[in-house]
Design a protein. Structure first.
Length: 215
């Protein structure tokens, strides 16, 4: 059983590394293409300068160079954001602080907007946090999970806008358990996507900046 568990961990690690390589390769290739276009434009400009540069040629180069820089900047920012998200997912739990805390306070710290109003981005927010629940564990990962679930609901549950509701609750469940729920009344997840929602880098919102690392 230990060998099987080790093999499963190695397999998961291999899939994640392959996913990271694939996700980073796409924006890096685009940035490389943009920089190649800029390099070719500079070489062409040098020839034109020697032959007598016309104003139209300079204007054309500036427009092309501006577009290439904008594309490269966007793709490199996308890569940096992906690396940051991956670092959050792969955080070393041994380096985190284990402490005693009140659950409701930590859940409210998951997103600053939870303390400010009864809505987030126009979506009604309902809080049902039982007071007096004390825990001793790692609050950082717990906050991250709740923040990811809230953001996932805000990004995907109400694609058409309009009215909606997100509910965050935490209640005792027996003597030794706590039930924490993040629920919404949005569109839900299509059945064909459900088996893959916890698969690293699987996303249906790549065109909107999704990385597939939230859940």
């Amino acid at each position: 059983q230990q060998e099987l568990a080790r093999a499963e961990r190695l397999s998961s690690l291999g899939l994640m590394v392959a996913g990271v390589a694939h996700e980073m390769n796409t924006p890096l290739a685009s940035a490389q293409l943009a920089l190649g276009t800029l390099r070719d434009g500079i070489a062409r400009l040098q020839v034109q300068v020697q032959a007598g540069l016309r104003r139209s040629e300079l204007d054309g180069f500036l427009a092309e160079a501006g577009g290439a820089c904008t594309l490269a900047d966007g793709e490199l920012r996308r890569t940096a954001a992906l690396v940051q998200r991956f670092k959050q997912v792969a955080v070393d739990r041994a380096s985190l602080e284990r402490r005693r805390f009140e659950l409701a306070e930590v859940l409210l710290d998951a997103d600053p907007r939870l303390r400010r109003s009864g809505s987030i981005d126009g979506i009604a927010l309902e809080l049902d946090l039982e007071p007096g629940i004390a825990m001793e564990t790692y609050p950082g990962p717990l906050e991250q999970v709740v923040a990811n679930l809230l953001n996932n609901a805000l990004l995907h549950a109400f694609p058409g806008g309009g009215e909606g509701r997100i509910r965050l609750s935490a209640r005792r469940d027996g003597d030794a358990w706590v039930r924490i729920e993040v629920a919404d009344d949005g569109g839900g997840i299509a059945p064909e996507h459900l088996p893959r929602i916890f698969e690293p880098f699987y996303t249906t919102a790549r065109n909107r900046g999704g990385t597939g690392l939230g859940l």
